[in-house]
Design a protein around this ligand. Structure first.
Ligand SMILES: Nc1ncnc2c1ncn2[C@@H]1O[C@H](COP(=O)(O)OP(=O)(O)OP(=O)(O)O)[C@@H](O)[C@H]1O
Ligand SMILES: [Mg+2]
Length: 288
């Protein structure tokens, strides 16, 4: 299949008061048109950094990003981003936040009425139409995250970049949104690069799961092909041996030591990036 997105020899060094911190080390990855790819790895290994570089928000120290055969260096509406920390404009309403994105992409193509309908449609997709006149400080964290998802989807990006998009949601909403994401992606053929900590989510949604080694100098440790037929249905998958095999492969990578880097130990992580993510082990497994 045609390569849509390519990470070519991406290295990332951050300047810190203690000297240069090498976060990513020669990351090479090709994502096919319409492919759903998940990035999984321990906290602080560099997943958000990868996504920010693809989004054009960070410039790789070495190497670069190629979209449809052309190098990209800056953000663009072709790459819609759902941020790990919902990033809504506080002075705009829920509706206004999505409208800003819609106007940018469809300003010249849709009438005002069509834009309104489209904004409402996307808010309905994430069950947020009822709160469209509220401002971000008036809604919960999970709700803000849903608005962020609606905003990204409303731009109909060719590439959807999602940084733990469902992490802050309750289990039921998460399942609903995972299902709508699968449905939307199948319908539009969007290429998706998603960061997740959730092994079940990675297997359910992905065509491939890319597992990152622990940093500093994080590299790709393992790539798993998820050959489960689509459309996928979570209850049916619970009975599938192939599904459980995929889960086990990822859990093994994360917890059997394969993800440990051979590089020197990491310095104290940057603020906000370092809380323990051992909750990554799903309860089912933790309880045996
Ligand atoms: N601007 C920065 N300056 C210095 N170091 C940084 C900067 N941004 C990220 N880092 C470091 O780079 C590494 C990768 O960070 P990143 O946010 O990509 O991790 P992550 O895999 O997304 O973690 P999490 O799962 O906790 O979100 C971390 O060690 C982090 O402390
Ligand atoms: Mg992150």
């Amino acid at each position: 299949m045609k390569t849509h997105l390519e990470l070519s020899d991406v290295c990332m060094d951050f300047p810190t008061p203690k000297g240069t911190f090498n976060a990513l080390h020669h990351i090479n990855l090709k994502v096919a048109q319409g492919e759903f790819l998940s990035l999984i790895g321990h906290s602080g290994c560099g997943k958000s950094t990868v996504l920010n570089i693809v989004a054009g928000l960070l410039k790789a120290t070495q190497g670069g990003i190629i979209v449809n055969g052309h190098e990209v260096n800056s953000p663009g509406p072709d790459r819609g981003m759902v941020f790990q920390n919902h990033s809504l404009l506080p002075w705009l309403t829920v509706y206004g936040n999505v409208a800003l994105a819609v106007r940018q992409v469809f300003g010249g193509k849709k009438t005002r009425a069509e834009q309104r309908e489209w904004i409402e449609h996307n808010l309905e997709l994430v069950n947020m139409a009822h709160a469209m006149d509220k401002r971000p400080h008036e809604i919960s964290g999970g709700m803000k995250q849903r608005v962020g998802i609606a905003r990204a989807l409303s731009m109909q990006p060719q590439i959807l970049l999602m940084d733990e998009p469902f992490g802050a949601l309750d289990a039921l909403t998460r399942a609903q949104l995972q299902d709508s994401l699968m449905e939307i992606q199948a319908r539009l053929g969007t290429t998706v690069l998603m960061v997740t900590h959730d092994v079940d989510e990675a297997v359910l949604l992905s065509d491939r799961v890319v597992m990152l080694n622990v940093g500093p100098g994080a590299t790709i440790g393992k790539v798993l092909d998820v050959d489960l037929p689509r459309p996928r249905e979570r209850l049916a998958l619970a009975e599938s041996a192939d599904y459980h095999h995929c889960r086990a492969e990822i859990l093994h990578f994360l917890y059997a030591g394969h993800s440990a880097s051979t590089a020197e130990p990491a310095p104290a992580p940057a603020a906000g990036a370092g809380e323990s993510r051992l909750h990554l082990l799903p309860k089912k497994v933790a309880n045996g």
